[in-house]
Structures are given as C-alpha cells and as structure tokens.
Design a protein around this ligand. Structure first.
Ligand code: ADE
Length: 235
C-alpha cells in the first residue's frame, strides 16, 4: 500500500523528493509522478501545480491509475487567516471547504457542492492522528482546524477576515479542498497539512515569497517523521 503526497509548487515537494530513495519517474496523464520509498514506506509524490483544477486533475489521474493508494496527504503553505497564527506554524486541516463555491441561490450552503451533504470535507482521523504525533515528536507548533481553498491568492485584510468568519477557517490556500472532494469521490482517506507563509492580508504576497521555503520545510520534517513512525497504514 502506498501514500500519495500532492503539493502545488516545487518548493513544497522538493524536500520530500530529495529524501526519497529508489525514486523512479513516471507520467500519469499530464503529470509527472515520483515513486519511491521514504523510511522504507512506499510513496507517490506529485507537484500538481497551483489551483483547484490542477489539484483535482492530478488527484483523479493518479488515484485512477493507482488503486493501491491508501491515503492522500496534501502538503504546502497557506495564508494564516485565523487569529494568533504565526508564520511557520502548521495547520492540520480537520476539515476543508471551497470558499469560492456559491450555489446559495439554489438552496445550498456557501461552499457546498451539489451531491455532498456538507460544505466541509472531513479529514481522515487515522491519518490526522499520525500526523499530529509526527508534529508533536518534531516539536513543530501546530493548530487543528478548517482550511479553506479557492482559486484566488488571498492578499487583502478584508477577504482574509471574511474567509475566517464565514467558514471558521484558520488557513486559506488553493488546492486542499479540491483534493478532498476527489478523495471523497474515490473513498480514499485524506488530510491536508499546511505551513503558514503569510496572513492572507494586504502584504501577503511579499511574506509568501519570503517564507515559502522555510514554511514548506516544516511539513517536510513532519512527513519524514510520519513515514518513519507509521507502521500500519502503509508498508
Ligand atoms: N498559499 C499561501 N498563502 C496563500 C494565500 N494568501 N492565498 C492563497 N493561497 C496561499
């Protein structure tokens, strides 16, 4: 059994790829996928590109071609829109939601997609518990909460506050809830792990580029620890 790790940007996947052993490269649909071992556990790793369409296209293609995938982790950075979050903190998404989805005129709740009971996609409890253990063992400060995704880089105090208030979100980014939706369709366990690079406010873009690399490294440490500790889910 294998875990699939998806990240949007090179900076978000390179640390994991360079730690993997016996790496081979394959093309799955439009995407390059690296297959290999980390701490003797089987991984698939893909840089899916930015945004919900790239993320869901990659997740669908890879899950279709690899029915042995036992869980999916979305790794990357995020804007910390929740109170008290600092750059470098990590947010484990207990739930994800698509903040830019709006079928309220059709009677659905904001973020809710037709065919799904809730606007929120729940993270898998076992994957979450194992990642929390890894974060704790690495001494990485983390919070658990809602991560909101949309096809927008959030760089406005007003928008960041609106996302925090409307969905109770701690973090905003552009992929995880789309991958969560694909995983729900494929019935594959999912969790998102996001390190805070900025606060989604008016100065977000400068902070994003300044902290992208250091923030992303936090997740790499957590995922390395996760693969070294985990026994049961993947082998
Ligand atoms: N990823 C990191 N920071 C972000 C932001 N402010 N908006 C969307 N995605 C992000």
């Amino acid at each position: 059994m294998t875990i699939l790790i998806l990240g949007a940007l090179e900076e978000e996947v390179q640390g994991i790829r360079s730690a993997m052993e016996n790496v081979t490269e394959e093309k799955v649909g439009a995407f390059v996928v690296w297959r290999g071992k980390l701490n003797k556990k089987s991984l698939l790793l893909c840089r899916c590109g930015i945004g919900k369409v790239n993320a869901s296209a990659a997740a669908s293609a890879i899950l279709t071609c690899n029915p042995d995938v036992a869980g999916v982790i979305n790794t990357g950075v995020a804007g910390g829109v929740g109170k008290g979050l600092r750059r470098g903190d990590v947010v484990l998404g207990t739930k994800t939601v698509q903040h830019d989805v709006d079928s309220t005129p059709d009677g659905l709740r904001k973020g809710q997609i037709d065919g799904f009971e809730s606007e929120f996609f729940d993270a898998d409890p076992a994957l979450s518990a194992q990642l929390i253990r890894a974060l704790t063992r690495e001494g990485i400060p983390y919070r658990e909460g809602v991560i909101a995704s949309g096809d927008q880089f959030i760089a406005s105090d007003e928008k960041a506050n609106a996302i925090a208030c409307e969905f109770g979100a701690l973090a905003c980014e552009m992929e995880s809830a789309a991958i969560a939706q694909v995983c729900a369709l494929y019935k594959v366990p999912f969790v998102a792990l996001r390190a805070i690079s900025d606060n989604g406010g008016d100065n977000a873009i400068g902070s994003f580029y300044e902290f992208l690399h250091t923030a992303a490294e936090k997740n790499v440490r957590a995922i390395k620890r996760f693969t070294s500790d985990i026994e049961t889910v993947i082998g």
